[in-house]
Design a binder for this molecule. Sequence first.
Ligand code: PRP
Ligand code: URA
Length: 235
Amino acid sequence: MSETLEGERQPLPMKGVPQPTRKEVLKLPRVHISTHPVMQHKMTALRDKNTPPPAFYRLVKEIGALLAYEATAELRLEAEQIETPLQPMKGQRLAGGIGITPILRAGLGLAEGFREVISEAQVWHLGLRRDERTLQAEEYYNRLPRKVDLQVAYAVDPMLATGGSAIDAINMLKTRDIPHLSYVCILAAPYGLLRLTQTHPDIDIYVAALDESLNDLGYILPGLGDAGDRQFGTF
Ligand code: PRP
Ligand code: URA
């Protein structure tokens, strides 16, 4: 236990829990870690504790758009005959719908960035709250449709810490019979990344940056703090 500023006893759920190193998870199959210089530039501003909520939210959206561009690189296309103002031609369109599942609250900014790239995507909100004492995710809102006809769905959440929220979200999406599932986050801790890949080895995972570890409270280090609070100004 540690003490908060108010003198309350606070549990340390990750204290003594063994964690893999960054190097041990760097080459996991189906994990894509961004190397784009513009991403690195935006990540530095995002992590900076002096970045205020409006700028932080804007950065989350911009990083979401960059991640969407990387995560959609393998989407299937189908041919479509069109006419330009000058002549007929054979074009290509995305084959089948796309779903985005923001994990509330922090996934909202990321989902908005995705929608800048794929405006026709459906958005299915999923509310998961991490209990800070146990680090277990609890569902409080679920708008996943019963019937879907998509080629891919992306679960999006800025933070992959212990992996509990991501694993639960993918479990729920797997009940919807979608051909391809991906998980997209801004920061991943090695511990959560390993758990997610071991539990769901059949999904693709897109990450803007892989960090070092979790602290005793389950926060990512060096991290960026609480992604929900920093987006919405709820400190
Ligand atoms: C944060 C974050 C993830 C989760 C990650 O959300 O956005 O959903 O914690 O932690 P995990 O990998 O250990 O499950 P939080 O539950 O704090 O809710 P919020 O988005 O409302 O801030
Ligand atoms: N959730 C956050 O918002 N930040 C962390 O570092 C871990 C979980």
